[in-house]
Design a protein around this ligand. Structure first.
Ligand code: ATR
Length: 290
């Protein structure tokens, strides 16, 4: 129940109708007995500044930030955590207040840590000597590449439909190589790699028949394939991987982990990640598995 004491966080995105974040956070607030709520906030492009100011003015405690605002929001914050600044995207806002009640907006990124945690949970240890192909060069790809580089991974190749974006990512974050995304570059790079990560929206509901991997080539069986897409949980790419005996990891673990890290930044309850993540996962699975 919402009453006069309820503390609010929001989800800033455009569109936000299909996001699982409100479901996930509200399930965790309920399960952990916190009088908090997460509300979806559809913010059109161009309105980010006024929306962020509004959050502070209306007493919100924070927000998650999603597509397409993860980069634009950086221009309107009072401070940004060093890792979020380095990787170039913010997915979590915390409203911090001083003794006079003046608000400061602080930006964080929990995607990189969420990704690496989910990768380890899926049974893949990112360590020196391991080589990775990352498909896509948007905000999600930046978090993945940053997380992998920070965990000491060997080599990363970034493939993207728009080569310039992959080149910009590589220039900004280092430690990797950029190539245009074609069936040939993907297959060739994947043969020489241990891990393939899809950060693009290809295969996401409602276009569930899409896959970045070509139909006529089996996925190498030695690969671990991580698809950041979580709706559907079993994407076409993961089906292709499993068909060849390759290991597949779906996007739910990362979704839940980045959410649990944001939750702890807002509420500061000293809870373990697992305590927060468990009700989140259950709620997301209920929606995704129907
Ligand atoms: P996010 O922040 O979630 O990464 P984004 O910045 O919009 O979202 O990035 C989406 C990624 O999916 C990009 O790498 C995009 O490729 P472009 O940079 O060429 O646009 C990729 N993508 C989206 N649709 C695609 C498609 N049909 N084929 C290949 N790549 C696609």
């Amino acid at each position: 129940m919402i009453d006069g004491h309820t503390k609010l966080v929001g989800l800033l995105g455009w569109p936000v109708e299909h996001s699982l974040s409100p479901v996930m956070h509200n399930a965790a607030f309920d399960a952990l007995g916190l009088n908090w709520r997460c509300v979806p906030l559809p913010v059109p492009p161009g309105q980010v500044k006024v929306a962020v100011r509004g959050l502070a003015a209306m007493g919100f405690r924070g927000a998650n930030v999603t597509v397409p605002h993860k980069q634009a929001v950086m221009d309107v914050l009072d401070s940004i955590a060093p890792d979020a600044k380095e990787l170039g995207a913010v997915n979590t806002l915390v409203v911090s207040r001083n003794a006079d009640g003046a608000a400061a907006m602080i930006g964080y990124n929990t995607d990189a840590q969420g990704f690496v945690g989910a990768l380890r949970e899926g049974g893949f240890e990112p360590e020196n000597g391991v080589s990775t192909v990352v498909v896509g060069a948007g905000g999600a790809a930046r978090a993945v590449v940053y997380g992998l580089l920070r965990s000491g991974i060997g080599e990363i190749v970034v493939l993207n439909r728009t080569l310039e974006r992959a080149q910009a990512l590589v220039t900004d974050l280092g430690g990797s190589r950029a190539l245009p995304l074609t069936p040939e570059t993907l297959v060739e790079s994947a043969r020489a790699a241990d891990l393939l990560v899809n950060t693009t929206t290809v295969g996401m509901w409602p276009r569930v028949d899409g896959s970045v991997w070509p139909d006529d080539v089996p996925v190498p069986a030695h690969l671990t394939v991580f698809d950041l897409v979580y709706n559907p949980l079993e994407t076409r790419l993961l089906r292709q991987a499993r068909k060849s005996g390759a290991r597949g990891i779906d996007g739910l673990g990362m979704l839940v982990r980045q959410g649990a890290l944001a939750f702890e930044l807002w509420t500061n309850q000293g809870l373990t990640l697992d305590e927060i993540a468990e009700p989140m996962r259950t709620a997301c699975e209920r929606v995704l598995r129907g």
